[in-house]
Write a protein that binds this ligand. Structure first.
Ligand code: ZN
Ligand code: ZN
Length: 141
């Protein structure tokens, strides 16, 4: 199985994911925006056991605003690492950290909050898919 290596900005924390993500796409929610300081978050969702921290586990900081998302970063450089979503049973590895994975967005989520419209022809969920507790409603681009 293929592994994809990732590290924080300073290189203190290293981790890898193995296998295939269960989903890929873009999140447009305000929380992702405030956390990333960017207009969208390109996500790749994995089974939690696909991720292994290989170096610097003691430097991994955690912050959670809600029980849905535990956001991880390097306490030395502040670089973002991944987000645990325990209620959904997946972990989000930011696509930008694993360039060896061919990123192919399948869906946009929380598009009602967007500040950056993306005209890529992919489905634009108003909030989240039904199976993740959302309305399942799609919006025009
Ligand atoms: Zn770092
Ligand atoms: Zn989000």
């Amino acid at each position: 199985m293929m592994s994809h290596k990732a590290s924080c900005f300073c290189g203190e924390v290293k981790f890898e994911v193995t296998g295939q993500p269960v989903a890929m796409g873009y999140c447009h929610c305000e929380s992702c925006r405030q956390w990333s300081a960017g207009p969208v978050n390109a996500f790749t969702l994995w089974q939690p056991d696909a991720l292994r921290v290989t170096q610097g586990a003691g430097k991994v900081g955690t912050y959670n605003n809600t029980p849905k998302s535990y956001r991880k970063w390097c306490t030395k450089c502040g670089g973002h690492l991944y987000t645990d979503h325990p209620l959904w049973g997946v972990v989000d590895v930011y696509a930008a950290l694993i360039p060896s994975l061919p990123f192919e967005a399948g869906v946009h989520v929380n598009y009602q909050e967007t500040v950056l419209h993306i005209h890529d022809g992919k489905p634009k969920m108003k909030d989240m898919p039904k199976e993740m507790g959302g309305s399942g409603v799609t919006l025009p681009e």
